[in-house]
Design a protein around this ligand. Structure first.
Ligand SMILES: [Zn+2]
Ligand SMILES: [Zn+2]
Length: 291
């Protein structure tokens, strides 16, 4: 049997060991990918700790990794959009295309989604079997590197949904990003690219993360190690007591969530029936998007 190297854990919170495992084959409707890059996400940590029900259901041993890009090495039966040698990026949610949510064009909440690195072996391996390729996998433009593409499938798409679709950031607005890891820094970049005169207030406990946010163009970066009151006072100070128009909790801690709410200005978005219809089940009136 052909084998490959993969990073595997056999107990939750246990050692992650690179070892030889059976090499997967190209699934029907999918493709076999030689992995070129795979990001590390906090969800990988949660999964490794045993906190992800999909990984628990899948069972151990397990190979994580859901932010991947690579080269197509084999096509499964019925896959039509790709050729061997194509450079591709894989989203971490492989939607089915036939459930009620997919019919509503909401593939990221597909009722029968597959997820490399959660419901099936992931990208910390030489090869990954990717089902449902025609529907979910994207060809990479030549100028995009594998490393860049690996960041697109989870952190950047999650941040995009928060900033643009849920948050509906407008030109001239101020957005507070609470947590500047991969997700938060993606939100910083998207916010700054999204409109004219958007100002980003970045918050993190890491000086390095704060500096990275500033490097990307954040207006101010505040170190949360100074305490909640400091963060709230500084946001109030730089916004003239108004608060940020939109705040994002991109870390998922009680402190980031509470500070985000505290630092949001009074008032609401203009009523937008069309947008509301599109996101009607996701409380579009709320300003704070807790991810
Ligand atoms: Zn992720
Ligand atoms: Zn579906």
């Amino acid at each position: 049997m052909a084998t490959m190297r993969a990073a595997v854990y056999t107990t939750f919170s246990g050692p992650i060991i690179v070892q030889e495992v059976p090499k997967p084959t190209a699934p029907v409707g999918g493709l076999l990918l030689r992995v070129k890059a795979c990001g590390v996400c906090r969800s990988d940590y949660h999964g490794w700790k045993g906190l992800d029900s999909d990984i628990v259901t899948h069972g151990l041993p397990f190979t994580p990794g859901h932010e991947l890009s690579g080269v197509v090495v084999k096509l499964g039966l019925g896959t039509t959009k790709f050729q061997v040698g194509d450079r591709v990026a894989v989203p971490f949610i492989l939607s089915c295309g036939s459930c009620r949510q997919c019919a509503r064009n909401r593939p990221t909440i597909c009722e029968a989604q597959g997820q490399p690195g959660f419901t099936m072996p992931g990208g910390f391996a030489e090869f990954v079997a990717v089902p449902r390729a025609d529907r979910n996998v994207s060809l990479m433009p030549p100028k995009v590197s594998f490393l860049q593409a690996a960041a697109l499938g989870c952190r950047l798409t999650t941040a995009y949904r928060a900033v643009m679709q849920q948050g509906r950031l407008q030109s001239g607005e101020t957005v507070g990003v609470f947590g500047c890891g991969g997700l938060g820094l993606s939100a910083v970049m998207i916010a700054l690219a999204a409109g004219d005169n958007v100002r980003v207030l970045a918050v993190d406990t890491s000086e390095e993360a704060c500096n990275k946010a500033l490097e990307l163009g954040a207006w101010h970066a505040f170190n949360a190690k100074e305490g909640d009151e400091y963060i709230r006072a500084r946001v109030a100070e730089v916004t003239g007591g108004f608060g940020a128009d939109l705040t994002l909790d991109t870390a998922g801690f009680a402190a980031t969530c509470e500070n985000a709410v505290w630092c949001t200005r009074r008032g609401g978005r203009p009523w937008e029936p069309k947008s509301l219809a599109e996101v009607s089940d996701e409380k579009p009136e709320q300003y704070t998007v807790c991810l």
